[in-house]
Design a protein around this ligand. Structure first.
Ligand code: C2E
Ligand code: MG
Ligand code: MG
Length: 628
């Protein structure tokens, strides 16, 4: 093969030459090239000559032309063919080609354009036309290149961002562990490949919020990294450890077929939390709850398996710190039942299916009704009356207790107003307040509104807060009780004795009444432990100026003992079960006086404790011993 006939006009291009636009002139007549060179001599271009099409094509790579001037009439491959071939190569298709031709009829020109040419110049070449067309084509070329560069940069940026997003989706930023999405994908791959001998082990730190609250975010983050490091030591080849959420991790353990294979792994994981974590010069002990599910079902979907492990972990959490639970099919039913209950409760609120029952609270000295406790009931369309033990815990987790609590308060206040208007003027109304309601930012405003709307005197309202709720949220409880007392609302500690059984904390809480839990009252017998506990509670309460209300009095004997101990108030089936407002109206046709006087075993007012003067009202009794 003969080497291409190349006439190099310029010296070796230096860097500044490279910047100059480069023009490849293809013409079988070197003279024509000379003419073009002369015509463009006052322009700053690099020119290159090729005597025929194949030389030109060979030159493209080395010369990298920005523009091609192409003679149409050439021996061998003519210009039309050369143009077609160049434009067919993807890397040169955008390089503008100006056909230089003596042919001027429309058909010939159309042929040039069809071959891919961008423009044409007629021979003999005129300086003005040549300069103008070359400039115009180079400008278009520049703009095209700028656009192409921009596109390339944009594409690189998109690729980089996509890679970052992929990393964010598939990797946890803090610990560098795979993410939830990543573990789902791996699990799907495992299950698709027919690998069902896999266990999903979900792990959640106990009371991590406490660490966060006490040490701050920076230390908590370091702790999470340390936990991740320690957990990674349990990985065998093929296993995966992912971070699922704040303090939640998940193992995918391979080759675990049975419960017995899994248990040693779980014990190992638990053991690794026996030693404290050293973070920011602090020793932090942390425990975890673990829930696990075995991929023993061939049809199982990855989301389901993760969900099962999650459900098991939730069960473990319910059992307490450091617990472990393996998923069991029956848990599905429990979860389903719970979801159904949540939906039903939401509907019940909308359909106004919650109603109030009222249980009399009796002055044990006068045996007159001193007030009522409002107790919510769910009037279920199919199940009939459902007691609060079945639905209040669920309402507390979903937060539904907040709107229902307000509804209860309003209804109870309305009822109190009605009864007081009727002439039962000494009556108080007790309403239970759930711990979840403490967290409601509108609680005080809601209470104020309910009182104002129902025209009830705040001093006639008693709010019952359980002892465990107070201890759970001590700081909130103090602020709340202070705010309530400043409104003259009375506070009762409900289920007293079941929580921390300590009278010590009572000076910190400005409360008015203690309600001794039913478990003490129904086992009370002269001289036994419960008897002494009740005796102590009554004696100390009197010193602190608190009233005591005994819950769950069922027998006259219990009543008698409580009277002897000087317990001021009581409620229980002995007097009455909780009743609807209409039933109360029917039960007290002659008013609240004298309803229970038949239960008196001793002359009224002669017992230990509060000195009762016949004729004194229960309200006066309550005020005497209250701390207000
Ligand atoms: P609690 O506030 O301690 O209410 C006393 C519970 O003991 C009531 O159960 C009452 O029916 C029952 N009781 C009263 N006397 C006797 C008796 O002599 N023997 C027996 N065995 N039981 C007696 P109830 O109505 O099922 O309520 C259970 C709990 O549900 C209440 O305990 C209270 O903590 C909660 N609750 C009820 N209504 C509401 C409410 O409107 N809001 C909130 N947050 N909790 C409520
Ligand atoms: Mg109560
Ligand atoms: Mg109670």
């Amino acid at each position: 093969m003969t080497p291409p006939t190349v006439l190099v006009i310029d010296h070796e291009p230096d860097n500044s030459d490279v910047q100059k636009p480069s023009i490849l002139v293809i013409d079988d007549e070197p003279d024509n090239f000379d003419v073009i060179e002369a015509l463009l001599s006052n322009q700053d271009y690099r020119l290159q000559y090729a005597a025929n099409g194949s030389d030109a094509i060979t030159l493209l790579e080395t010369f990298q032309p920005d523009l091609i001037l192409l003679d149409v009439m050439m021996p061998g491959i003519d210009g039309i063919e050369v143009c077609q071939r160049i434009k067919a190569m993807s890397q040169w298709e955008a390089t503008p080609i100006i056909m230089v031709t003596a042919l001027t009829n429309k058909k010939d020109l159309a042929q040039c354009l069809n071959a891919g040419a961008d423009d044409f110049i007629s021979k003999p070449v005129n300086r003005l036309e040549l300069t103008a067309r070359v400039k115009s084509m180079l400008r278009i070329r520049r703009q095209y290149q700028q656009l192409a560069d921009f596109n390339t940069r944009l594409e690189a940026m998109v690729q980089q961002r996509t890679a970052e997003l992929q990393r964010m989706i598939f990797q946890d930023r803090l610990t560098g562990l795979p993410s939830r999405t990543s573990i789902l994908q791996t699990l799907a791959e495992n299950l698709n490949s027919g690998e069902s001998s896999v266990a999903v082990v979900m792990l959640d730190c106990d009371q991590f919020k406490l660490v966060n609250g006490s040490f701050g975010h920076a230390v908590s983050n370091q702790l999470l990294i340390a936990i991740a490091d320690r957990l990674q030591q349990h990985l065998s080849p093929g296993d995966v450890l992912a971070r699922m959420g704040e303090d939640e991790f998940c193992f995918l353990l391979n080759r675990i077929r049975r419960k017995a294979d899994l248990e040693p792994c779980i014990q190992d994981i638990f053991r690794s939390f026996n030693t404290p974590f050293i973070v920011a010069n602090c020793e932090i002990f942390i425990s975890v709850c673990i829930g696990a599910a075995l991929g023993d079902d061939v049809d199982q979907r990855p989301e389901e398996l993760l969900q099962d492990a999650d459900t098991a972990m939730y069960q473990a959490k319910v059992r307490g710190k450091g617990s472990y639970q393996l998923f069991d099919r029956r848990m599905h039913q429990a979860v389903l039942a719970r979801l159904t209950l949540e939906n039903d409760l939401q509907r019940a609120l909308e359909q106004q299916e919650f109603i109030l029952y009222y249980q009399p609270i009796v002055n044990l000295q006068t045996l007159k009704v001193a007030g009522f406790e409002a107790l919510v009931r769910w009037c279920h369309p199919e199940r009939g009356m459902v007691s609060p033990g079945e639905f209040i815990p669920c309402m507390e987790t979903t937060g539904l207790i907040v709107p229902v609590g307000i509804m209860v308060l309003k209804q109870a206040c309305q009822q109190l107003y009605t009864w007081r208007q009727r002439g039962w003027t000494d009556l108080t109304m007790s309403v239970n307040l759930s711990v979840r309601q403490f967290a409601s930012p509108t609680l005080l405003a809601d209470i104020d509104y309910a009182l104002a709307e129902t025209k009830v005197n705040p001093a006639h309202l008693k709010l019952e807060i359980t002892e465990s709720a107070i201890m759970d949220k001590a700081e909130v409880a103090i602020t709340l009780t202070e705010a309530l007392r400043s409104r003259q609302i009375q506070i009762s500690v409900d289920d007293f004795g079941t929580g921390y059984s300590s009278l010590g904390y009572l000076h910190r809480f400005p409360v008015d009444n203690l309600k001794i839990d039913r478990s003490f009252v129904n086992q009370i017998q002269v001289g036994n432990r419960k008897y002494h506990v009740v005796d102590t509670i009554v004696a100390l309460s009197q010193q602190l100026g608190l009233s005591v209300i005994a819950e769950g009095i069922e027998t006259t004997q219990q009543l008698e003992w409580l009277q002897r101990l000087g317990c001021e108030f009581g409620q229980g089936y002995l007097f009455s079960k909780p009743l609807s407002a209409a039933e109360i109206d029917a039960a007290f046709p002659l008013g609240l006086e004298a309803k229970y006087s038949h239960l008196a075993t001793q002359p009224l007012g002669s017992m230990k404790g509060v000195q009762f003067k016949p004729g004194q009202s229960s309200q006066e009794g309550s005020q005497k011993s209250g701390r207000n």
